[in-house]
Ligand binder design. Structure first.
Ligand code: ARG
Length: 461
């Protein structure tokens, strides 16, 4: 175990178990690049403000660049006994360049350093998640365009309700994903604020230039209060929350895919490359990906709960509890990326089976509302039309017929208003075509929805 930086204050070495317990390097090492880039910007600022010599600042920057290259090439390995990535990088720098390295931490604390690193790390992750969400949304628009006329039953209570198209159903998810993108963009704005210079909690007495560091690292602005600068983890909570909602959407979609590829539905067939078999039942083809996404959604909710609970009782400013933020937010980010990366090609390669959707739409009397509307258009009050249609459905069930196959005499026996044109009015295609109100399932309306989503994606690009 290396000698602790804070050894001067102590008369004993740290207990090995405490060292392990305290250490975060096993999970914060992934921020090594952000830590080094942040330190480079800090050193440059210290040099320019005359807080340390220019020559020392340059030495530090060169040293840090070599450390970064060595980590990236695998030449330098992380010391598992180091307290965290910040201590590791600083100790390594000092070991390499000597005294100049000891000046890097001037006017800085690990408290503002870790806040900076985490913001930098998550900014890049948010952009990656946005890219994947965008890709999935584009995939859905493409698939919808091919299925504008693919009639399927729409459901409430998982009971066949009214006819829609597969395109209409897919575009509902595109809307959810657009909102997800909005939430991610919003989170990004509040992550893109630069905390360095907050010091441990009370800023610093050195004449630092925070705007300089802000500009060098590509942040929008600096944090406005040093206590808040080191205590704020709202950006993690917001991100975990945006990811939780996104996962909830993926989970609902997954649940539908589980249903759709069952023999009971068979609306779609997953590509062999995106399904799994059973170790005992030779006939099985299981939608494991979607089930895992459903399952992992719970895990991401757990990450959000961890963060919210971790923060709720903390007095200002930094408390070590906050070290627990990283595993939770990293897990949420990793999980959603993993899910999206698998989900997108699974959707792209799945086979749609329009006949089965059409057959399911033909049973279940999903045109009953249209039958009632037919009578309304001919002058009957809706409640009367509703009652007559209910009776017709009852007759059909008794006679094992559908509204399409029920003879006109049966219709007429209940209400004289029915004519031959009832069959056109209740044809599933007509039922869909007539629902052309904005947002509805008629092909022209869904095409407009696709156009809307693509325009929004373009605006965001
Ligand atoms: N490893 C710590 C964390 O992740 C870094 C900050 C430590 N600060 C301190 N005062 N102990 O939160």
């Amino acid at each position: 175990m290396s000698v602790k930086m804070w050894a001067g204050r102590f008369t004993k070495e740290i207990d090995e178990r405490v060292n392990d317990f305290n250490s975060s390097i096993s999970f914060d090492a992934r921020m090594y690049k952000q830590d080094i880039e942040g330190s480079i910007a800090h050193a440059e600022m210290l040099g320019e403000c005359g807080i340390i010599d220019k020559s020392e600042s340059e030495k530090i920057i060169d040293g840090l660049k070599v450390i970064l290259a060595d980590i990236q090439s695998g030449k330098l390995e992380f010391d598992p006994t180091a307290e965290d990535i910040h201590m590791f990088n600083e100790a390594e720098l000092t070991a390499r360049i000597g005294d100049a390295g000891k000046r890097l931490h001037t006017a800085r604390s690990r408290n503002d350093q870790v806040a900076l690193d985490l913001r930098m790390y998550l900014k890049a992750e948010i952009k990656e998640i946005e890219k994947l969400v965008r890709e999935l949304t584009e995939t859905l628009c493409g698939l919808a365009e091919k299925n504008l006329n693919t009639v399927m039953p729409g459901y409430t209570h998982l009971q066949r309700a009214q006819p829609i198209t597969f395109a209409h159903h897919l575009m509902a998810y595109a809307q959810m994903l657009l909102r997800d993108l909005g939430r991610l963009e919003d989170t990004y704005k509040r992550t893109n604020i630069m905390p360095l210079g907050s010091g441990a909690l009370a800023s610093t007495t050195y004449p630092i230039d925070r705007q300089k560091v802000c500009g060098l690292l590509g942040f929008d602005e600096i944090t406005q209060n040093s206590l808040d600068g080191v205590s704020d983890r709202d950006f993690c909570i917001e991100l975990a929350s945006a990811i939780s909602i996104l996962m909830m959407h993926l989970s609902r979609f997954s649940e539908e895919i589980v249903l759709w590829c069952s023999w009971e539905f068979k609306f779609i067939e997953l590509d062999d490359a995106y399904a799994t078999g059973s170790s005992i039942m030779p006939q099985k083809k299981n939608p494991d990906i979607t089930e895992l996404i459903r399952g992992k959604t719970g895990r991401v909710y757990g990450d959000l709960t961890t963060l919210l609970t971790m923060m709720k009782g903390l007095s200002l400013a930094y408390n070590k509890d906050m070290q627990e933020d990283k595993e939770a937010i990293f897990d949420a980010v990793d999980t959603v990326k993993l899910c999206l990366t698998t989900f997108i090609p699974m959707i792209e390669t799945m086979k749609v089976i329009p006949e089965n959707m059409r057959n399911a739409a033909a049973r279940g009397f999903i045109n009953a509302t249209d039958c009632a509307d037919y009578l309304v258009k001919k002058g009957l009050p809706f409640r009367d039309a509703y009652k007559i249609t209910g009776t017709l459905v009852h007759t059909c069930i008794e006679k094992n017929l559908t509204l399409e196959t029920l003879p006109l005499e049966e219709y007429k026996s209940l209400c004289d208003t029915f004519e031959e044109d009832i069959y056109d009015a209740i044809s599933l295609e007509a039922c869909v075509m007539q629902r052309k109100a904005a947002g509805g399932p008629a092909p022209e309306s869904v095409m407009a929805q696709i156009g809307y989503v693509r325009r929004k994606l373009d605006e965001k690009a």
